[in-house]
Design a protein around this ligand. Structure first.
Ligand SMILES: [Zn+2]
Length: 302
């Protein structure tokens, strides 16, 4: 998250008459100007207590936005290592005060009944991806596996966290579907094209072998000359490769044979909020247009 992206979130607060600017300016005006903040905004103290006071005296519907406001101000005014921990604490405080109380009964039910996620969602560890936000899923709904490049080692290749997670979610939790979700601007896929990027990262380099067949396929096909198109094709091909790796896992193969499990391939376009989904009938990725989720849910089953 770039700090310069934050001020856009501030305007709804500024015009709200029910949220008094309780934290008065205690910083230099030029600091605020340098950080791109609207001139009329008060500057928050960087203390967590100040944020709590601000939240406590503001309209309930604005408290979450106020927390973001506080975060952006505190980070923009003095970015130090402890500020990043403070960023987490402010978020945690907001969760405990404003989010958890609204979902308390749901969380307690999930503890009583245990989890029964419907989906195993495998995606990249890239911090710009938020699977729950993207799919609007609540707690207990999706079992998420994240790693560099959204990779799934073929069965027997590597006994590790991803293979154990696949087995557990499919055989024990009995998820109904698996989604492999790649994404645009993926650093892992770029590193496949430019192995020199990971020359000094031997563990990452070794991990990326799980995607090498996708690069070979794209290069052998030779459809694209420019790097951006190659990367786009590679991102899609890697999703298909990991879907095929999934099918080598006995737990997956068994459930597929029973027709009690579906596998889907997605590519999330971070900059545009779009998702391309692999269509099994057309054998290509198609952009999900959002107009008819019920109809589109019936296609693309692999
Ligand atoms: Zn990535």
């Amino acid at each position: 998250m770039k700090r310069s992206d934050q001020p856009a979130m501030l305007h709804p607060i500024r015009i709200c008459l029910t949220c008094p600017p309780v934290i008065q300016s205690n910083g230099a005006a030029e600091d605020r100007q340098r950080n791109g903040l609207p001139a009329g905004l008060p500057r928050l103290s960087s203390k967590l207590a100040a944020v709590n006071a601000l939240q406590g005296r503001s309209a309930p519907q604005h408290r979450s936005a106020l927390a973001n406001y506080a975060i952006s101000i505190s980070l923009m005014s003095a970015p130090q290592i402890q500020d990043w921990h403070k960023r987490l604490l402010i978020g945690l405080s907001n969760f405990q005060k404003n989010v958890y109380p609204q979902k308390q009964a749901e969380y307690q039910r999930l503890v009583r009944e245990g989890q029964r996620p419907h989906t195993l969602f495998i995606t990249c560890a890239d911090s710009r991806i938020d699977p729950e936000l993207l799919t609007q899923s609540g707690p207990g709904e999706i079992f998420v596996s994240r790693n560099i490049g959204n990779l799934v080692p073929a069965y027997g290749e590597l006994v590790g966290g991803v293979s154990a997670l696949v087995e557990y979610s499919v055989a024990a939790l009995q998820v109904d579907q698996v989604v492999v979700c790649g994404h645009t601007d993926c650093g892992a896929m770029k590193a496949l094209v430019h192995p020199e990027h990971v020359e000094k990262l031997p563990t990452v380099k070794r991990w990326l072998r799980n995607a090498e067949a996708a690069l070979s396929t794209v290069q052998a096909r030779g459809k694209t000359n420019d790097e951006a198109s190659t990367l786009e094709e590679l991102i899609e091909e890697n999703v298909l490769l990991q879907m095929s790796h999934l099918r080598t896992h006995p737990t997956i193969a068994g459930r597929l044979a029973q027709k009690s499990l579906a596998i889907y391939g997605w590519v999330y376009d971070i900059g545009h909020g779009q998702v391309r989904m692999f269509d099994d009938q057309q054998q290509r990725f198609l952009t999900f247009d959002g107009s008819d989720p019920e109809l589109q849910a019936s296609s693309g089953i692999s």
